[in-house]
Design a protein around this ligand. Structure first.
Ligand code: SAM
Length: 240
């Protein structure tokens, strides 16, 4: 895999229960201020170049739909799945997803083998069972579909995120404001006992899972040293 995907802690985890719901509600309020940015645009450009003709996509852990928005503009229909209604509400309000489903990403209840594209972006480090999420994504995927996975790169910190924002061309004031928002979310996460897998751990899980399923790598890399991505297809349907 390209890029440095071998060691990180992000401060935010996936708390559950009432405290978790409050945490995600708070994060949803500032999510776009942090992540609706040239950095996210750069990740989306990597992911969504050379896409097949528009079809049906599923975005697992879609958040406010920042990865789905560009797909919608390309004519894709997107089912956004998230455990947080606060996140989903924003994705719907912005027209970034077609359908909102408030479910666990590892157990969506959606039909098997129908999605032309499944996205798992910045979710695996937050979930206790990343393999279960990848397996669910694989189950949803049509035989000729594509699965895109994004996760925080190793060594990513508040400092590297700030530098990445600036390198991606975000204005200094906005980059600094995003850094303070990230700090606020991180501290809120610590207060509710949030935990996250390291970028290295996620990379290991993804690599082992890809090998076990015989998934075929189509496209992989890292963006500004803070986000890693991998696009795979099912065996026998290699599109590269
Ligand atoms: C860091 S955000 C990423 C959002 C979006 N995918 C992106 O890349 O901008 C993580 C999202 O995953 C959701 N999430 C965390 N654990 C989940 C789970 N087990 N099932 C569904 N959604 C989950 C959170 O509510 C949050 O919206």
């Amino acid at each position: 895999m390209d890029g440095d995907c071998s060691s990180t802690e992000f401060a935010v985890g996936a708390p559950s229960g009432a405290a978790g719901a409050r945490f995600w509600e708070r994060y949803a309020r500032v999510y776009d201020r942090i992540w609706d940015s040239p950095l996210t645009d750069a990740v989306n450009r990597q992911l969504w170049t050379n896409l097949p003709a528009a079809g049906q996509a599923v975005d697992l852990g879609c958040g406010t739909g920042l990865s789905s928005g560009p797909l919608r503009r390309l004519g894709w229909s997107v089912t956004g799945v998230d455990q947080s209604s606060a996140m989903l509400d924003r994705a719907v309000q912005h027209g970034r997803i077609t359908t909102a489903l408030c479910r666990d990403a590892a157990n969506t209840g959606l039909p098997s083998g129908r999605a032309d594209l499944v996205l798992v972006s910045n979710l695996l480090h937050l979930t206790a069972e990343p393999v279960a999420v990848l397996d669910e994504a694989w189950r949803l995927l049509a035989p000729a579909g594509l699965l895109a996975v994004v996760w925080p790169a190793s060594g990513a910190t508040l400092g590297t995120a700030l530098r990445a924002d600036l390198r991606a061309g975000r204005a200094f004031g906005r980059s600094l404001a995003a850094a303070f928002d990230r700090l606020g979310v991180g501290l809120a996460g610590v207060r509710v006992g949030a935990r996250a897998h390291s970028g290295a751990a996620v990379a290991d899980v993804v690599d082992a899972w890809v090998a076990a399923r015989g998934a075929v790598a189509v496209h992989a890399g890292s963006v500004f040293d803070v986000e890693c991505y991998l696009v795979v297809s099912k065996p026998g349907n290699h599109r590269a």
